[in-house]
Design a protein around this ligand. Sequence first.
Ligand SMILES: *Cc1c(COP(=O)(O)O)cnc(C)c1O
Length: 424
Amino acid sequence: MSASEELFARAKERIPGGVNSPVRAFGSVGLTPPFIARGSGSRLWDEDGREYIDFVGSWGPMILGHAHPAVEEAVAQAVRDGLSFGAATRREVEMAEMMCAVVPGLEMVRMVNSGTEAVMSALRLARGFTGRDKIIKFAGCYHGHSDAMLVKAGSGVLTQGLPGSAGVPAGCTKDTLTAIYNDLDSVEQLLLADPEGVAAVIVEPVGANMGVVPPAEGFLAGLRRLCDHYGALLIFDEVITGFRLALGGAQQYFNVRADLVTFGKIIGGGMPVGAYGGRKEIMSMVAPLGSVYQAGTLSGNPVAMAAGLAQLRLLKETLGFYEALNRKADSFFSALEEILQASGRAFCLNRVGSLGCVFFTEKPVWNYEDAQTSDTAAFTEYFRRMLQRGVYLASSQFEAMFLSSAHSPEDLRRTLDAAREALK
Ligand SMILES: *Cc1c(COP(=O)(O)O)cnc(C)c1O
């Protein structure tokens, strides 16, 4: 029995499914997940000493690779000064100033501890600000596991939200309406049905939790227009795209402004951090300034802020960081596309900046329903063969591949070689 198998067996006795977040269980690929012992740069090592080139990057945060020395040093310094005070600290101010300096339209932010919390709070704020209850989301977009966002899509699209999880009362999702990604008509239909009832439209500006689905030309601008027309707020859930596509996130990359933006993942540099923010006019409704309550014992935690700030500073101060990362991703995904073509497989490769995804389908993937046409058995076989060759991909067809600045030309060449063999 390998060390990972032994740990997984023990884990399953004491942790539901052996994991603290479902996708880690490798359920959809039917393998024992490697237990990760450490990481450095683009590499991971598991408890059995096997080495992998990592394309998960903790699902996005590790845009500089693992154990970046500047981030580690900032954390070490913060740790020496005490772990938590539940009081105001300097780094929170620096973090808020940094974010407002680089994110378009951001005038005030509130730090929280996860992307889930950021979205949950932003929705409450949008409802408080507009005095309306309904929220429009898109099938296939993930916004964390708060009750109102756990809505079953599929055939229920465009109807009143049904809970997508046991334990969520129907009352919690009845005001969550589901539209179709890249389909402005589906959004307008919902708005027309209740022109003064919708508080907000929330969207992943690049769908990155149904595989990767780029916004079609004009989709995000169209949402902006519809929201303005119907008096709803536009919320960009930038938990993945924030500080990923560009320093200013998707708003900068696509040149469309949202009213509220949520962050997570990269903003914590690997620590549990989330944030939401927007114009002063809206953010002034948050307690203690306003009547929308939201709080957190560990929010703005000094160690977490140190990690996040160190990472954001590097991203800001490294000249041409995003140009270089996006260019590298572009040539990598182009080469991967050629290999897929040569293999004769049916595939659709979607990519935006340093995010990419290979769908095993012949259909262009523009929404959740398209993504569902993928041959998941073909994905599983590809995933297993890549893992055997030391390439650690997300263990589901419906997740993104994340490139980091730590991926070297040699890493990418080896990955392409592995793909060529795996697709034979
Ligand atoms: C990961 C994710 C979340 C949830 O963030 P957690 O930190 O896992 O709670 C929310 N929205 C999007 C777009 C995400 O990718």
